[in-house]
Each structure stands twice: as structure tokens, then as C-alpha cells.
Design a binder for this molecule. Sequence first.
Ligand code: ARG
Length: 460
Amino acid sequence: MSKNKELLWQSRFSLPFDRDALKFSSSVHVDRKLFREDIRGSIAHVTMLAEEKIVSREEADSIVAGLREIEVELAEGSLVPQWEDEDIHTVIENRLKEKIGIAAGKLHSGRSRNDQVATDTRLYMRGRINSLEEVLGGLMKVLLEKAETYRETIIFGYTHLQRAQPISAGHYYLAYFNMFDRDRGRLRDLMKRVDISPLGAAAFAGSTLPLNPSRTAELLGFGAIFPNSIDAVSDRDIIIEFISACATIMMHLSRFSEDVILWSSYEFGYLEISDAFATGSSLMPQKKNADIAELVRGKTGRVYGNLMTILTIMKGLPLSYNRDMQEDKPPLFDSAETTIDCVKIFAKMLENTALKEDRLAKLTAEDLSLATEIAEYLVRRHVPFRDAHRITGKIVTWSITNAITLPNIPLEKFREFSEAIEGDIYDSLKPDASVNSKKTHGSCSFRSVAAQIAEAGKAL
Ligand code: ARG
């Protein structure tokens, strides 16, 4: 049996840690991703230690130089983290000892892996939140371009997945723009709570050494320091909030994906996905599938699962740190990476889609979704809305039974249903008239959509 490497806490024990137990508890394969954040945090910590004269300037210099070399070794792959080292913090500390000798042992003065890992996690999250905000901005830009391109294209708006009323396609794209804008707002709000340094909380109770947490916070660019050292090491709310924000983004993407999948089907036929973003079948030569949208929809399930994972890990944990919390990283990393990837590829795919305008123009012109226009026409003629609704319902039934579309019903026929109907009814029975007769705030008319586009432009 091969011998364990020196673990940070081994001295108290008379037996070496069982190899299988060590392998089971090692998190190197996951937290190796945090090596840059870990080294950054350590450099800030040792800089503060030197300023407070807890370590000498020479010791700090040699620790910092060693850490910088280790960062390069890890980035280049000449240093490969091994599970025997328990976690990335230990990998780096053991390597530092090999490089600079006993001075390496001073890096950990006044610091526990508990505040260390909490710091690394927050640094990682800050980076991911920024990336996610950026890719969301990219998606919103594509949506705004789509809204501009298709402002005067009329599509069906749906409720219950039944054709409901004609709308400007720009209005549709802006609905998604607003969802992703709120998602970005959620991340910005969360950033206020992420931007707090836990470094200096030590294991959980603080330290007898004259640490200066404000200084390490400043060196790491954090806006504030922890108010309470117990909370500093045991708070994972920010991870829950972050994954929840990711889950909401994925839910929005998944709904959008569903639209793309349906609209690009032969049955709907509203949307063409560029060949560069569609897949074929290995058996059926005619197939053109919206796999990118399907994968985004599928990956949404993974991110929802991650949210349940972290909530369940935290449930019932006594204060303060517990090793359970090491399990926070797989769901955190997976949610961040999956969501960023999905937003990016979805934006690129969306850019490469086109509405089939000719087909949409033909379909909307003939459709029963103009029925609401008749009801509102009657209301303008002072018919109570309930009566108008009932009369229009009968007109619709007649239209279906006789296979005559609404704009093709003769005036005499209309007047059998209501004397209030006159020749100008046909002006209302055009999709663009229907769309542009909307007068209310935030509605689907071309004018309202132009105003919404102008507002959306400011949000970008
Ligand atoms: N690998 C641990 C984690 O990610 C680091 C903290 C270990 N602390 C401890 N007391 N065992 O949470």
C-alpha cells in the first residue's frame, strides 16, 4: 500500500487516514478549478500578514513568488493536482513547501480552509456572474435586433398554445428581452451579497492574531467584509441564490427553445433555423432537427437538479462549517458553466433563424384569430362586451361550418348576426389593422413596439 502524502491535520492522529477514506473525501478533481482564486486569496492574505508584521517581509516575498510559480505550473499542466492531496488548497500548500521550505507553513497563519474556501468561492462567483451578465447582454442584443427586423411582421400570439390574436413579431421578441433583462437584474442584485470578503473569519470564531480583514478585502477588490465570522464561513445562501438565478434563466431559455422547436416544425412552419444550427437524422434523410434548442431545454433539468442539490445539502446543517459543504461546488460549477454555455449558443442560434414572412402573412390574413376584432368593433358600436362576445362566437361557428374565412363573410351575413355591423368591418379584419388598432401601453402595435425598442435600447 502506498503511503499518504502529509495531510494538513495529520499530527493529531496515531494512524494514517485510510486510503479509501481519503480518496472518498478528496475534492481535488472538483476544486482544482479554483486554483487561480486560491492563489489570489493566498497572496492577499500573506501581503496583509506582512503588513501586520505577522510574517516577515522576506517570508512574504518568497511565499508570493512561490505561489506565482505554482499558478503557472498549474495553468501549464506541469503540476497535476493529485487526489492524495485532499483538496486544491493542500495541493498548493504542499507544492509551496517543496519550493520554499518551512516558510510555506507561515502562509496559513490566522487562516483556516473554511474562510479560505469561502473566499475562493466568492471570487469564482464574481467572475461567473460577470460572464453571465455579459452573455445575457449578448442575447438581449440579438433579441433587440430581431425586434427591429421584424417589428412590422405579423405573427400569431398564442394562449393555451391556440392561435389567439395577431401581434407584431417584434412584440414577441421583446417579451423575451424583458425576461432576460430581469435575469440580469437578479444577478446584479446578488452581486451585492457576493461582494463580501469572508477572509479573516478563520475557522469560524476569529483569530488571536492581529488580522486586517479590511485590507485583504481591499486587495481582493471586495466591496465589504463579513459582519460575523460564524456566518462568514457557513453561509452558502449566495450559491443558492446564484443557482436559483441560473435556473430562472434556463427556464426562460427552455420556454424559448420550445417555441423554436414548435415554430420550426413542418406543422407550424413559421421559423427557419439556418442549416449551420440544425441537425439531421442518421436514418431519415429528410429530417432537420432543432437539437440546439432541445439540448438547452434538456439541460434546464440539470440546473433545476443542482438547485435542489444545494438546498438539500444545506438543510439541517448545524452551525458553522460542516464537510457537507464541500459538496456545494459540483452544483455551483455545473450551473454556472451550463447556463453560460446555453445562453451563448442560444444567442448564436437565434441570430441564425429567420421568420417565414410570406407564409405568416398568408396564414394570419385568413385566420380566426381576427375574431376579437369583431367583438371590439361591436363594443365601439356601443354593444355591451358580453353581447359582442356572444355574437362574435356565433359568427365564428358560422365561419367554420361554412368554410368561409372571416374577411370573406358577406356584409348581409354579418348583419344577420348584428345590425351594428357595417361596411367598415372589413377594415378591422386585416391583421395589420388588428395589430395597429391596439392603443394601450406596452401593447403589440407597431408604434408601441417602436417605443419598447427605444426603451430596450437604453437597458442595453
Ligand atoms: N475542501 C473543503 C471544502 O471545500 C475545504 C475546507 C475543509 N475544512 C475542514 N474543516 N475540513 O469545503
